[in-house]
Design a protein around this ligand. Structure first.
Ligand SMILES: *[C@@H]1O[C@H](CO)[C@@H](O)[C@H](O)[C@H]1NC(C)=O
Ligand SMILES: *[C@@H]1O[C@H](CO)[C@@H](O)[C@H](O)[C@H]1NC(C)=O
Length: 773
């Protein structure tokens, strides 16, 4: 982020205001759109269309947008004494429709210390359809005080629904009155005519029509974004620093804080927002019991980019006039109550002094002086597919798998039981399952090794149950040797959504819907519970027909669920997440070892320039490594409450990766925590627009999550050797810890010693789209 503009302002300030018409030596680049993803311009100010465009994005380094009626776009910046500094014009490059026109507004104040601003407008016309540089002399903005400029707004686009392109917005040094000096060689110079009368900016908001929209700080959309990655909706730091007993995000855009004591706190950073004359304060719905108390502190740094705040101003809820009565109401934090605050640089909202638990709704800056509530855009939960298919018929005789008569074995005499953490209550010929986590499962086996179910291809899995149907049913496939001592075991499974196949007290699933090699089945798993409501299982069997009224849904694509490489004799390192400070070491090692690997990267931190991860992964990509998806905020995907929440993760992640890596659209996804179930697989296929995305698990786990920071980090090496010995060939590891990265070279050399060829995951899957070996 460049501080050039502030530096210039400071120098001009020191010299005083009697340096009018000083000769400037270089143009000020206001925006080249290299930091558009952060809504900041090149001088560190806020820039946005406030969602007013039909579409807007940076394409090939320029801002491309498609306006609608009333669309606008603005650049804001620290008050600039352009005239004193010798800047005489605004210039920008534009591609607009031939014959097209637009309005350029300049926002100026009587002086940089004043608070109100006025707007003056120009009609930019004579567009040609090709790229041209428009230079608008400042003295053609009638009535504008060009020694205190705070913003530029483009609006009144003569043609909507077509693409416009804008770039290189600058203050230029030029001779007053000449509209020809351009920083880049113009291909044409547009005619510039002064039209609109000067309007006085009584309206807050950067837009000409006062159509400012509330600026969201946090909509509490994702538990993992807030309490795993510590970000708010602006992808800026937000945390309670573990001072709270709990911070729980609900699935209706609320968060509940339960403090440990009066010292518990919670903060949200907002970057460096210039709220002056735009936003009157911050508002949020709060629900708290009668008599509750909270203290709010707002802070601003001496200059944007500083890590410390210079001004901290606090107000108690009593001083703010807040009273609570146990119901949710909108409360506001008006900036007028925080007199010392620098409204041009708001950085932190901090809450402390909680008297007890409180629930917040979406928190946002509100436009103007009257508090208004941020409206969360409605999400329509994506519909599940409704089509049904004819039921096949079978002549195979029925097979009772489990009748829950005996908690030591099922009806076939094979093992059944659950993960340690799941709650199983055995009753009279029934089992009640309650799971507090979408990672846990109950299993009932069909075999001690492999069982061929091919003769049941026309049959149905029938489950008699009551209670919740919010879980998945998986049919597991053994490995090719039917040997549980070799990795991977199981080799794969397919998970189907119980809710789609249930009616009343029955679940019927065509055996053919389990997309695995059904000649080597191990057993069934009841897993991916996305509610803590219990399910009671009464019978699990395979039957040859179903009641005539029962509707069978169509089979949905559930992707390639892989634990191992497919290419003979191949081996792949797939590395998740990462600490940027260890990235160079990782790159050095893989370079020295001359291998290519796959990096699964979380989306949200790519949007945060302070992580440097965008640069890190771009470098990795440029060195031939594979970049792939690992969700936007790293939740347990199958644990999310509904399709909308799952889709939000995928869609944000896919968009971020596309934007960050030059249009990259990859079908490779590694589930955070390895968490899997029917819905996360089906929605991934939908989000990626492919029936065969890869959901990449692993068969070699270095167990860094267990040992990396403990007293026995060498156990990571033991874990690697153990899985290597079992034949595992697809690694999971993270470059989060120095100890893990310290072993990376040994891991690679051990893998090479097996004689296998090391490569990226897409290459080891024999993906025709993978680069050649
Ligand atoms: C944009 O401007 C910044 C600051 O001058 C510069 O570092 C960066 O390279 C520019 N980016 C492009 C794409 O021109
Ligand atoms: C950011 O990452 C790039 C690419 O790996 C690297 O060259 C650069 O040194 C990193 N910057 C910082 C500040 O670590």
């Amino acid at each position: 982020m460049s501080l050039r503009l502030w530096t210039n302002s400071i120098i001009a300030g020191l010299l005083g205001t009697n340096v009018a018409n000083a000769v400037c030596s270089s143009n000020i680049l206001i925006d080249n759109f290299s930091t558009w993803s952060m809504n900041t311009n090149t001088v560190g100010g806020w820039t946005s269309d406030d969602g007013s465009m039909a579409s807007i994005s940076v394409v090939d380094g320029s801002l491309a947008f498609t306006p609608k009626a009333n669309s606008y776009f603005y650049e804001s910046f620290s008050c600039t004494q352009a005239k004193d500094q010798g800047y005489n014009a605004v210039s920008f490059s534009v591609i607009g429709p031939a014959g097209g026109a637009a309005s350029l507004e300049i926002q100026t104040k009587s002086s940089c210390s004043a608070s109100a601003y006025s707007s003056s407008f120009f009609a930019v016309s004579g567009l040609t359809g090709s790229k041209q540089t428009v230079t608008v002399p400042l003295n053609s903005f009638a009535g504008a005080k060009t020694n205190a400029i705070t913003g530029l707004v483009w609006s009144s686009f003569s043609k909507t629904g077509v693409k416009w392109v804008l770039d290189d917005v600058q203050f230029v040094c030029s001779t007053p009155g000449q509209a020809s000096t351009a920083a880049t060689k113009p291909t044409a110079v547009a005619t510039v005519t002064s039209t609109n009368p000067t309007a006085t900016g009584a309206n807050p908001g950067p837009s000409p029509s006062g159509s400012c929209s509330n600026l969201l700080i946090d909509d509490w959309e994702s538990q993992s974004r807030l309490t795993f990655l510590y970000y708010n909706a602006m992808i800026k730091p937000s945390s309670d620093d573990a001072t709270m007993k709990s911070v729980v995000v609900s699935n209706d855009n609320h968060v509940t804080f339960t403090p440990k004591g009066a010292d518990s706190y919670f903060y949200s950073q907002v970057g460096c927002v210039n709220a002056q004359n735009v936003y009157g304060g911050i508002s949020l719905p709060i629900k708290a019991p009668r008599g509750a108390k909270i203290t709010v502190q707002l802070s601003s740094p001496a200059k944007c980019g500083d890590d410390v705040d210079k001004v901290n101003a606090a107000q108690t809820s009593t001083e703010l006039g807040w009273t609570f009565d146990g119901t949710e109401k909108l409360y506001s934090i008006p900036f007028s109550k925080f007199s010392k605050l620098d409204l041009t640089k708001i950085r932190t909202v901090f809450f402390t002094g909680f008297s007890g638990p409180v629930t917040f709704g979406p928190m946002a800056f509100y436009c103007g002086t009257t508090p208004s509530q941020y409206q969360v855009p409605p999400t329509t939960v994506p519909a599940g597919p409704t089509s049904t298919v004819p039921a096949p018929s079978s002549t195979a005789s029925a097979l009772v798998i489990d009748d829950f008569a005996n908690n030591g074995a099922n009806a076939l005499g094979f093992w059944h039981g659950g993960d340690d953490e799941i709650s199983l209550t055995w009753g009279n010929k029934q089992l009640t399952i309650k799971s507090s986590d979408s990672d846990y499962a109950f299993y009932t086996q069909l075999s001690g090794s492999c069982r061929n179910l091919n003769s049941f291809d026309g049959s149905y899995l029938h489950i008699v149950y009551s209670g919740s149907n919010k879980f998945s049913i998986a049919l597991q496939q053994h490995n090719s040797q039917c040997n549980e001592n070799i990795a991977p075991f199981p080799e794969t499974w397919d998970s189907l959504e119980a809710a789609r196949y249930s009616s009343g007290s029955d679940i019927y699933i065509p055996i053919s819907h389990f997309n695995i090699d059904r000649s080597r089945v191990i057993g069934l798993a009841f897993k991916g519970f996305y509610t803590t409501e219990s399910v009671v299982l009464k019978k699990v069997e395979i039957v040859s027909s179903i009641p005539a009224s029962f509707k069978i849904p169509s089979k949905l694509p559930s992707g390639n669920f892989v634990f191992a490489c497919k290419r003979p004799n191949s081996f792949a390192f797939a590395i998740d997440d990462g600490d940027p400070s260890l990235a160079q070491q990782v790159l050095k090692i893989v370079k020295e070892e001359n291998i290519k690997v796959t990096f699964f990267t979380v989306g949200a931190p790519l949007e945060d320039p302070s992580t440097n991860l965008t640069n890190v992964y771009r470098e990795m990509q440029s060195q031939g490594h594979q970049i792939a998806l690992h969700s936007f905020t790293h939740p347990k995907m199958e644990g999310l409450p509904d399709y909308a929440a799952i889709d939000w993760e995928y869609n944000n992640d896919i968009a971020t990766v596309k934007k960050t890596f030059n249009g990259l659209h990859t079908p490779y996804f590694r589930p955070p925590f390895g968490n899997e179930g029917a819905r996360m697989r089906q929605r991934l296929a939908v989000a990626l627009g492919t029936e065969t995305p890869y959901i990449v698990q692993w068969s070699v786990d270095v167990e860094d999550w267990l040992y990396a920071t403990g007293p026995t980090p060498e156990k990571q090496l033991d874990a690697f050797k153990r899985d290597l010995a079992k034949g595992g060939n697809l690694v999971v590891m993270h470059y989060l810890y120095p100890s893990t990265v310290g072993y990376l070279k040994q891991f690679i050399q051990l893998a090479k010693a097996t004689g296998k060829q090391l490569m990226r995951v897409d290459q080891c899957m024999e993906d025709p789209n993978a680069p050649p070996l």
